[in-house]
Ligand binder design. Structure first.
Ligand SMILES: Nc1nc2c(ncn2[C@@H]2O[C@H](COP(=O)(O)OP(=O)(O)OP(=O)(O)O)[C@@H](O)[C@H]2O)c(=O)[nH]1
Ligand SMILES: [Mg+2]
Length: 366
């Protein structure tokens, strides 16, 4: 997962380290010209000592009048190690990061946001003795990406728990283009809900693609869950409506409704989704797309949201995505939360959205 982005971020880190090493070397060359007072001590020892002495000089300032020369020396020792992150340093660092993010399919507006937030957080910052520039930059980057991911924070479990107390059934419909994982995700979510003790019925609302009804039926059989279906070619709004009526009469908690994959550019197909929504009044319209599609997925999410209206996204195939930019960008761009990540083809390969989980996958070793 995210191999490409991880490698790039590692080499970015090395580059920041090199910038810092070069700067230290340049300083040391300058230092060598000046005579050293206590050459036998290491720089780190000197720095620690220097800090202690400055603290002391503050509290006992009256007593140090005769040692002014020494105090001045101590201050220079601190100053020469305390680096302020300036515009020039950021100009060396940030453009490189922007390229990495763009190459990793992070949406342009999100790259801009990361870039300006990083600049704001770093410019003029004093780097303490012993602090590594690379650590500072990477930690800030993690915080910024986490803030972006949490911008539309939403707890799916909490939401449905409340909802299911007030009405039965809770209806969720799944929309998106062809082949992104809608049907598989419905099966995964059905299992997840049943594992939590809820009852579920599936609605075979993809009456268009050959074999789509049978595909959902197969999942229903494996999971031991009821499916409501009509013949191929039937009106999907009618199928989903029937499933809702069935669930109402049997006291079933959830209706998970499949729909046919459709391009966001096909007006008649988008109109059909509007009709489904009008007739079945779903509690949530969930957009499903695949992480590997990069900026295309983000663009489609934006278009589906504008035309049909979505309440959240499930991003599938993270396990097969070397980049990760879609996951970073999609919620920020649509203003709607990511609900789950699909991380494989098995029923349990569904991870509830959690920004820390994602940050660990991007920056960690796993
Ligand atoms: N690796 C991986 N594959 C997935 C994931 N989710 C779905 N798939 C696979 O993606 C393929 C398409 O999945 P479907 O669920 O049929 O997709 P769909 O959106 O319903 O497709 P249409 O009905 O044709 O529009 C299948 O082979 C799934 O097994 C995932 O998270 N990871
Ligand atoms: Mg399908």
């Amino acid at each position: 997962m995210f191999k490409f982005l991880k490698e790039k971020l590692k080499s970015f880190r090395r580059k920041v380290e090199e910038i810092e090493e070069k700067e230290i070397e340049e300083k040391e060359v300058k230092e060598e010209v000046k005579p050293k007072v206590k050459p036998e001590k290491t720089e780190a020892e000197e720095a620690v000592e220097a800090e202690k002495v400055v603290e002391k000089t503050k509290s006992i300032s009256a007593k140090i009048k005769g040692k002014i020369g020494f105090k001045e020396k101590v201050s220079t020792l601190i100053l020469k190690r305390e680096v302020i992150i300036d515009e020039k340093k950021l100009d060396d660092i940030i453009p490189e990061l922007e390229v990495i993010l763009l190459e990793s399919d992070v949406a342009f507006e999100v790259v801009e946001e990361i870039s300006s937030a990083l600049k704001e957080r770093l410019l003029g910052r004093r780097k303490k003795i012993g602090e590594k520039l690379a650590d500072i930059v990477v930690n800030e980057l993690k915080i910024i990406i986490k803030n972006i991911l949490d911008k539309n924070k939403f707890d799916f479990d909490e939401y449905i728990e409340k909802l299911v107390d007030t009405r039965s059934p809770v209806t969720l419909i799944f929309v998106g283009i062809n082949g992104t994982g809608k049907t598989t995700t419905i099966a995964k979510l059905a299992k997840r809900l049943m594992d939590k003790g809820y009852s579920v019925v599936l609605a075979a609302g993809d009456t268009f693609r050959a074999g789509a009804i049978e595909q959902l039926e197969e999942h229903a059989k494996r999971l031991g869950v009821k499916i409501i279906k009509h013949k191929a070619g039937a009106d999907p709004a009618a199928v989903i409506y029937d499933a809702v009526v069935h669930a109402e009469s049997k006291g079933v908690d959830f209706v998970l409704a499949d729909t046919a994959g459709r391009m966001h550019t096909k007006k008649n197909l988008i109109d059909q989704l509007e009709k489904i929504k009008r007739v079945t009044e779903p509690d949530m319209t969930i957009f499903v797309d695949e992480s590997i599609a990069g900026n295309d997925a983000v663009e489609r999410a934006r278009m589906f949201n504008e035309s049909v209206g979505i309440d959240g996204t499930i991003l599938t195939k993270l396990d097969a995505d070397p980049k990760g930019g879609t996951a970073i960008s999609i919620s920020y761009v649509t203003g709607k939360p990511i609900l789950f990540f699909g991380v494989g083809q098995g029923y349990d390969d569904l991870v509830k959205f959690n920004s820390e989980w994602l940050i660990d996958r991007i920056f960690g070793e796993s």
